[in-house]
Design a binder for this molecule. Structure first.
Ligand code: COA
Length: 326
């Protein structure tokens, strides 16, 4: 009988740009307040990439830290998957740029665009490679510079987003690791959360919407996110024959504290067992889950052997989860 192979997290890393923008800083630019932002979203501050600092730069630094933590050399990697919706260039992929900088020439490297679910999608793909024997050591990154497409004059979106990156190194392991992953998408809700600018549709410089980047119907997105996340956590528990009380840590996408609290309630989890970084990071899209995971690992909250539930929801809509034994 062939032995089952799992993809196990061997090390985590993350990187945040130096510049911090607080809610009070934003209140000087648009008609908002720290009270409003904190009460509606839980966000207090976000990091913003410096001029010239790219998604690839953030990804590279997060990757170096993850490799260090895993004790893995870049030359040992046989797969790099990078979740992003804000790539440095149209092509080559940001994964290829990072691969070159790391000195990991030769292994496959590609980007995945699933908006805020990018890391969970990327992790799922890498898990499949490792389970199938196609890779033994994989680097999975979620990295974004979402503030590049924020309209700082639009208070309904500007207060929500930040920049950052997180990464994990996965290694084939015969004992345990990622137990299951679940991905979903519904392309029919495109206009509730989107950036209408693109290559193939044309850049339409002179149209009224030119320059307006992230478009979002906040209320609708909120409702869809809560419903989709409820359903995917149920699906994950059922698939693994687990009770909701078996989960040690919920590591959710960090978009809005109220969405996180709704999922925690569904799982009957006290907030002490939920990793929350949205207050410090804002919504970093693909960066958010691996940033939260790395923070929880480095602070000593998450311990080896514990059961972690990762989940995310984003534009597309896309949503997904991963259940893993750390
Ligand atoms: N500061 C102050 N007031 C603001 C504001 C801001 N930054 N943004 C909106 N408002 C105002 C609105 O104009 C509105 O005013 P009105 O009642 O006079 O029209 C009022 O606050 C309520 O707006 P509403 O949009 O109903 O608030 P909300 O409670 O739904 O919160 C979001 C708005 C965006 C915080 C919330 O809908 C949300 O987080 N949605 C999910 C977004 C998300 O997570 N997206 C990414 C998913 S990956």
């Amino acid at each position: 009988m062939t032995q089952q192979v799992f993809a196990r997290i061997a090390g985590t890393g993350s990187y945040l740009p130096e510049k911090v923008v607080t809610n009070d800083d934003l209140a000087k630019v648009v008609d908002t307040s720290d009270e409003w932002i904190a009460a509606r979203t839980g966000i207090r501050q976000r990091h913003v990439a410096a001029d010239g600092e790219t998604t690839g730069d953030l990804a590279y630094h997060a990757a170096v830290r993850a490799l260090e933590a895993a004790g893995v050399q870049a030359s040992e990697l046989d797969l790099i998957v990078l979740g992003t919706t804000t790539p440095d260039l149209v092509f080559p992929s940001t994964a290829c740029l990072v691969q070159h900088r790391l000195g990991a020439a030769g292994c496959p490297a590609f980007d995945v665009n699933a908006a805020c679910s990018g890391f969970v999608y990327a992790l799922t793909i890498a898990d499949k490679f490792i389970r199938s024997g196609a890779a033994k050591t994989a680097l999975v990154i979620g990295s974004e510079t979402l503030t590049r497409m924020v309209d700082w004059n639009d208070r309904t979106t500007a207060v929500l987003f930040g920049d950052g990156a997180g990464a994990v190194v996965l290694k084939a392991d015969t004992e345990t690791g990622i137990l299951s992953t679940h991905m979903h998408a519904d392309g029919s809700k495109k206009e509730l959360l989107w950036n209408p600018v693109g290559v193939s549709v044309g850049f339409k410089e002179n149209e009224p919407n030119a320059g307006v980047r992230i478009n979002m119907s906040g209320n609708d997105v909120f409702k869809h996110a809560v419903k989709a996340l409820d359903s995917v956590v149920e699906e994950t528990l059922e698939h693994n024959g687990l009770d909701r009380h078996d989960i040690d840590w919920l590591i959710p996408h960090q978009a809005n504290l109220r969405i996180i609290e709704a999922t925690a309630k569904r799982l009957d989890m006290p907030m002490e067992r939920v990793v929350v970084t949205v207050d410090k990071h804002g919504n970093t899209s693909s960066g958010s889950v691996p940033l939260a995971l790395d923070a929880a690992v480095r602070s000593g909250k998450v311990q080896r052997g514990q059961l972690l539930l990762l989940e995310a929801f984003g534009g597309g809509f896309t949503w997904g989860s991963a259940l893993l034994r750390y």
